[in-house]
Design a protein around this ligand. Structure first.
Ligand code: IMP
Ligand code: MG
Length: 177
């Protein structure tokens, strides 16, 4: 029983868009260091690929958050499961996220981070589903805006599976492979 996956964004499309984002970020942060804050686990693939395309000095640290909710809907209250190892005080922080859906997780997290007195906080997401937004979030860098479909691959999972796909796809549930 394997699910059928329809390709939404090919490996080439994703990688070339990440290279563009890296170039833009390198330009915008010229003369500075950028502190990439990778949100585990979904953003790992995106963060490493993006980091390789950034030419200014880069630091990377990880945070794992879980939002209280009923499983399908995030409540907007975020619990930090694993905090950063390093301080962000005075740093130019770029939060790297896999996908922004309702916006609840990110809006809560950004407020929390601002209380730690970074020099700046910006947000970079590989994917954005604007139709699903419930809470306003200011996104500085977006890879792709996508329609309201559940996607997997490039770090995104469906019940912890498919994170390792090198492209973005849609799981066609109930389909025979
Ligand atoms: P929200 O913006 O607070 O609703 O939550 C965004 C989080 O929900 C993301 O970081 C993902 O972990 C998860 N998520 C939302 N949409 C998808 C999807 O299409 N595929 C996989 N995970 C998703
Ligand atoms: Mg996530």
């Amino acid at each position: 029983m394997s699910d059928k996956i329809r390709v939404m964004l090919s490996e080439e499309e994703v990688n070339s868009r990440i290279a563009e984002l890296g170039a833009q970020i390198s330009k915008d942060y010229e003369g500075k260091e950028v502190f990439l804050l990778c949100i585990l686990r979904g953003s790992v693939f995106f963060t490493t690929e993006l980091a390789k395309r950034i030419t200014v000095p880069v630091m990377i640290d990880f945070m794992s958050v879980s939002s209280y909710g009923d499983g399908t809907k995030s409540s907007g209250v975020v619990r930090i499961v694993k905090d950063l190892d390093s301080s962000i005080e005075g740093k130019d922080v770029l939060v790297v996220e896999d996908i922004i859906d309702s916006g609840r997780t990110l809006s809560y997290l950004l407020e929390t981070l601002k209380q730690r007195h970074p020099a700046s906080v910006k947000l970079c997401t590989l994917l954005d589903k604007p139709e699903r937004r419930v809470v306003d979030v200011n996104v500085d860098y977006t890879g792709f805006e996508i329609p309201d479909e559940f996607v997997v691959g490039y770090g995104l999972d469906y019940a912890q599976k498919y994170r390792n796909l090198p492209y973005i796809g849609v799981v066609e549930l109930g389909e025979e492979a």
